[in-house]
Design a protein around this ligand. Structure first.
Ligand code: F6P
Length: 355
């Protein structure tokens, strides 16, 4: 028999991402429309531990999809990684009659959601990270806005570079994933894109730049993913000057890329994911993350998604695959292959079409 939900909670955790507010709004309204009360948990899992709970009405969330950041605030909470913290969080749920939670964030958020699900508080995850580093999902909430922000920054930088005949090295966020760098590199006609996932041929870059300058090109953009470390981008900027004679500057937009008005793509993707999350939770589903695969909003067990992630990142630990069937493992490998192929293709295109 389906569990009767009295009240559900929503939290956002980890690095904030544009579009999180649309997800909050959509979960809230979808639940209220089904006669279920909704509360916001302020500041992620630490809000759950410290009883920072507020009721949410439709009026509270009306029009928040147009705002960046997260209206429920966020945090990276170490205390929640320990049993004591989790028990405090569960006690808060009991005190407030919170029968289930939608947790919006990245892989750390989903680990927390699994921990709560196992302990009797059903949870559904929604992706919310600019990094697009959730292997299970083709895209994540916040990724599109972040890419557009980098593109606009890069366009502005090109204007001044063109005036001064310079090269701009832009280091972009993404943690250990080069997705933002590679996609924006293409959109910005970057002469070089350096990401952690691929060997970067500096000599080829210097040769290309020297050749292009000889042919009259004034400005250049090089995009570097932050996964390579600050020393890499700053070092590369100096080397470009030394090796090509082209004046170079370095820019790190940093957290600017995480803020700003969410794009239509992020708002609507987040709204669809939020709707799906509320639907699943109220149907009695738990411990899954809402994902996008081949343009379809669907869901995947969190346990499966986290192992898949480790497989893709080459971080599998002994025993990780023990509880999966051969069929599941084959499927995981196929997803990893598809993702890697996409990245390889993008890398080839970005290096193949630069002019
Ligand atoms: O995961 C999102 C992200 O913005 C990464 O791109 C970046 O590496 C990290 O968070 C920055 O974290 P913080 O906001 O804690 O400095």
């Amino acid at each position: 028999m389906e569990k009767k939900f009295r009240k559900i909670g929503i939290l956002t955790s980890g690095g904030d991402a544009p579009g999180m507010n649309a997800a909050i709004k959509s979960v809230t309204c979808a639940a209220i429309n089904r006669g279920v009360e909704v509360v916001g948990i302020l500041g992620g899992y630490s809000g759950l531990i410290n009883d920072k709970i507020r009721p949410l009405t439709k009026n509270d969330v009306c029009d928040i999809e147009a705002r960046g950041g997260t209206f429920l605030y966020s945090d990276r909470c170490d205390e929640f990684k320990y049993e004591e913290g989790m028990q405090k969080a569960i006690a808060t749920c009991k005190r407030h009659n919170i029968d289930g939670i939608v947790a919006i964030g990245g892989d750390g958020t989903f680990r927390g959601a699994t921990d709560l699900s196992i302990r009797g508080i059903p949870c559904i995850g929604v992706t919310g990270t600019i990094d697009n580093d959730i292997t299970a999902s083709d895209i994540t909430v916040g990724y599109d806005t972040a890419m557009n922000t980098v593109m606009h920054i890069g366009d502005s930088l090109r204007d001044t570079c063109e005036s001064h005949a310079r090269c701009m090295v832009i280091e972009v966020m993404g943690r250990n994933a080069g997705y933002i760098a590679i996609e924006t590199g293409l959109a910005l006609n970057a002469i070089g894109v350096a990401v952690q996932e691929k060997e970067f041929d500096k000599e080829a870059l210097f040769a290309k730049m020297t050749h292009a300058r000889k042919n009259g090109r004034r400005s250049f953009t090089v995009v570097v993913a932050e996964g390579l470390g600050g020393a890499f981008s700053e070092g590369l900027t100096k080397e470009i000057e030394e090796r090509t004679g082209i004046e170079a500057r370095f820019v790190r937009p940093g957290h600017i890329v995480r803020g700003g008005i969410p794009t239509l793509a992020d708002r609507n993707f987040a709204s669809k994911c939020g709707f799906k999350a509320a639907e699943l939770l109220l149907q009695g589903v738990s411990d899954v993350v809402v994902i996008s695969r081949h343009d379809k909003i669907t869901s995947m067990e969190i346990k499966y998604a986290l192992i898949l992630d480790r497989m893709y990142k080459g971080k599998l630990k002994d025993g990780d695959l023990d509880n999966f069937t051969d069929e599941q493992i084959a499927e995981m490998k196929a997803i990893c292959k598809e993702r890697a192929e996409y990245f390889d293709d993008m890398y080839e295109i970005v290096n193949g079409v630069g002019c």
